[in-house]
Design a protein around this ligand. Sequence first.
Ligand code: AMP
Ligand code: ZN
Length: 116
Amino acid sequence: MTDPDCIFCKIVAGEIPQEGVYQDDLVTAFRDIHPVAPTHILIVPNEHLASTNDLTRNHEKLAARMLSVVPKLARHEGIEQSGYRLIMNSGPDGKQEVIHMHLHLIGGQAMRHPIG
Ligand code: AMP
Ligand code: ZN
């Protein structure tokens, strides 16, 4: 299921030139266009889910995959030991701007973040 008007669906489909970081049967990872730190990767479901509110038990494999790719990406970025943040925004108060669920993987120096 894709949304023809959704920017992240277009990235998943390869319709927007992008420095791809990782893709498998369930998720795609690519670099945030406005990075807040040296590593800023977005991990998104290949299928269009608006936010965490769309998750059901049918998505357990997908939700697990979004997390299980993290150590692979962190190793690749060289931030496995130095550390990183995982952030998933949902809805207006969560400051979600792109309405296709995504997990921010943010690592490296000079991080900006509202929480600590
Ligand atoms: P959020 O506030 O959690 O919805 O964050 C959306 C993120 O998507 C922001 O950090 C944007 O910089 C990023 N973003 C928006 N459009 C693109 C794009 N075309 N390619 C990569 N990242 C994008
Ligand atoms: Zn989408």
